[in-house]
Design a protein around this ligand. Structure first.
Ligand SMILES: Cc1cc2nc3c(=O)[nH]c(=O)nc-3n(C[C@H](O)[C@H](O)[C@H](O)COP(=O)(O)O)c2cc1C
Length: 278
């Protein structure tokens, strides 16, 4: 069965839109500004270069062009609301740093405002002038001249997204005012999957249950049947403590992601895989 369906071209960019949403900062002549940008990407390893779409009409564009550079700060989940706030108002109407109480300091090389509180990382970028790209596509190219990251989520050159540092992880704008948590590395298969772990306040069961059985379900017997009887769990469901979906357990509702099991740090954990075609 083929699960693919056409995607309307106005939605095509969303298919590749999982990169971290950034805050573009800029400062020049005593003025400073910050805006949200979902469209940024690396374009070169050495020297490190990036591209980011900065609409010509924005105050950010005006300041960045005047300054010859800008900062990219990667807001964490804690700054979702702030990100949308600075992405829906213009710095021409007032200093967004002051309005939203954003703490920033000058970056070490270009003096662009860098934000650390609530952010996972920042980069200072020196503009590489490409008048055609800027004019035709609002796309600004830049060389990264300094960068820093919170070691709780980025160490040794790698993102390290785990369940216990979820609040520090980056935001991924999916379009239409929705965002998602970043992928979590599944160490066994090196695949990248979305985390599905019970929040810390939910009880953890003594054992993990298979998220999904392959093939026809075998008749319940022995311990499983006894457990069902004890807990009065209807046939067709596997008992699990806490909300089954939050545990990556038996409940697989139509239209929701399905779970698979992965190994990490030597113990079994449930993980979510996006449904094919979802
Ligand atoms: C989640 C989000 C992502 C955005 N991504 C971009 C982007 O990639 N490029 C862009 O030019 N504007 C983007 N915007 C819109 C700008 O942030 C918005 O125009 C902002 O008000 C400009 O502020 P300024 O005039 O102070 O520079 C985004 C807004 C939001 C909320």
């Amino acid at each position: 069965m083929n699960h693919f369906a056409p995607v309307a071209l106005p939605h095509a960019s969303r298919l590749v839109n999982h990169g971290p949403t950034v805050l573009v900062t800029s400062a020049h002549g005593g003025r400073r500004n910050v805006m949200a940008a979902a469209w940024s990407m690396p374009v070169e390893f050495t020297p490190p270069r990036i591209a980011v779409v900065i609409d010509k009409k924005t105050f950010t564009h005006e300041l960045a062009m005047a300054a010859g550079g800008f900062g990219l700060c990667l807001p964490s989940q804690a700054l979702v609301d702030l990100t949308y706030a600075v992405g829906s108002t213009s710095g021409r109407d007032g200093d967004k740093f002051a309005r939203h109480g954003i703490e920033a300091r000058p970056g070490p090389v270009l003096g662009m405002p860098v934000i650390e509180a609530g952010c996972a990382a920042w980069l200072e970028c020196r503009l590489i002038r490409e008048p055609h790209a800027e004019d035709a596509y609002d796309t600004c190219f830049a060389e990264v001249v300094s960068a820093a990251a919170d070691t709780r989520v980025f160490t040794g050159g790698h993102w390290n997204f785990r369940v216990d540092n979820a609040g520090l992880q980056t935001i991924h704008h999916l379009g239409a005012a929705t965002s998602c948590a970043p992928p979590v590395r599944c160490a066994r298969s090196r695949c990248r999957t979305r985390a599905l772990e019970p929040p810390p306040h939910l009880p953890r069961g003594p054992r993990r249950v298979p998220a999904r059985r392959r093939g026809p379900r075998p008749p319940a017997g022995g311990a499983v049947r006894a457990a069902r009887l004890r807990r009065r769990v209807p046939a067709g469901r596997i008992p699990a403590r806490g909300p089954a979906r939050a545990r990556g357990g038996a409940a697989h509702l139509p239209g929701q992601p399905r779970a698979h099991r992965g190994l990490r740090r030597g113990r079994r954990e449930s993980r979510l895989l996006p449904r094919a075609g979802a």
